[in-house]
Design a protein around this ligand. Structure first.
Ligand code: NAD
Length: 285
């Protein structure tokens, strides 16, 4: 149920591929909160995915674009302003892809051409998006730009590969552009660092099921779901967070502040019978 948090606001949501996509949930919640939006994804994703169903359901238009193409992005912002009847108030960057991960190239055997593609799609596209928006003056004063990221940008996580470098760059771009966009147009720029979430992109990460289980056990509030993330994005697009900018906001049930939880430790200890006493109780050292 909506609370009109985004009543009268206009936005662009990049990256809704199918109903598991975080961007899909964000688009639904934003509209539920009173926003009017356009959707964007690659021409291939629009053809192969189910974005059309979402557009129909939300009564909004899709503007296909490869987010690495400045020309395509210009078209998205220009067309969105035409369709929505003016500048936009919020933008969601929910885009990530690593050919090295797809081709199972390990981090010590990266293909550098593929690394460039990873960085271009997953990080530099965020810069391109904002540079285009700023040059076209496409975002209203006190607008909000959010990109989705993952904690592997700060801490090494098994299997995340070159996406960790892309996310570190993405978060840095949020700070660097956030300074300029804030100073000149009061536009805020943040990244939301989301729990592992079962989506098409997420399930490409090596050992993803175990990662989801581990972080669930480690997080006092449990993993944040895609629906939880959509709620957080709505708050970040709303006027309730006008002075939050240049931040990497952890949205992970507490995972990022944990060292070890009892639930994770208990699972780990299952393979160490020697540290239980005769009654089966764990002996703490
Ligand atoms: N799923 C997770 O565990 C998780 C955790 C933290 C952060 N994230 C981030 O959330 C974001 C959304 O991912 P998701 O998990 O919803 O998966 P998803 O696969 O549904 O979304 C990824 C999207 O990126 C789009 N994309 C790929 N290349 C593109 C290009 N060149 N131009 C435009 N769009 C392109 C895809 O078409 C797809 O819609 C990504 O940035 C991802 O890294 C995901």
């Amino acid at each position: 149920m909506g609370n009109n948090l985004l009543k009268g606001k206009k936005g662009i949501v990049f990256g809704a591929l199918n109903e598991m996509s975080i961007a899909w949930k964000v688009a639904e919640r934003a509209v539920e909160e009173g926003a009017t939006i356009t959707l964007s994804n690659t021409p291939l994703a629009v053809r192969m995915g189910t974005t059309n169903e979402l557009a129909e359901k939300l009564n909004c238009q899709i503007i296909p674009a490869d987010a690495t193409s400045v020309e395509d992005l210009e078209n998205v912002f220009k067309q969105s302003m035409e369709i929505l009847g003016g500048k936009v108030d919020f933008v969601l960057h929910s885009i990530g892809m690593s050919p090295n991960v797809r081709k199972k190239r390990t981090y010590d055997d990266l293909d550098y051409g593929m690394l460039n593609t990873t960085l271009d799609i997953s990080a530099i596209s965020f810069h391109k998006m904002m540079q285009v928006a700023k040059k076209l003056d496409a975002i209203n004063e006190w607008g909000s730009v959010v990109a989705l990221t993952y904690m592997a940008a700060q801490r090494t996580m098994y299997g995340y590969n070159d996406m960790a470098d892309a996310k570190a760059m993405l978060e840095s771009i949020a700070r660097s552009f956030g300074y300029i966009y804030g100073r000149e147009h009061h536009v805020r720029v943040n990244t939301i660092s989301q729990s592992p979430t079962m989506t098409t992109a997420g399930s490409g990460v090596k050992g993803f099921d175990s990662l989801v289980d581990f972080s669930e056990r480690m997080s006092p509030l449990g993993n944040a779901t895609a629906d939880d993330c959509a709620n957080y994005c709505v708050v970040m697009f709303s006027d309730l967070t006008k002075k939050v900018t240049m931040q990497n906001l952890f949205h992970d049930g507490g995972f990022s502040s944990m060292g070890m939880s009892y639930r994770a430790m208990e699972q780990y200890l299952k393979s160490f019978d020697g540290i239980k006493d005769e009654n089966g109780n764990i002996i703490y050292g």
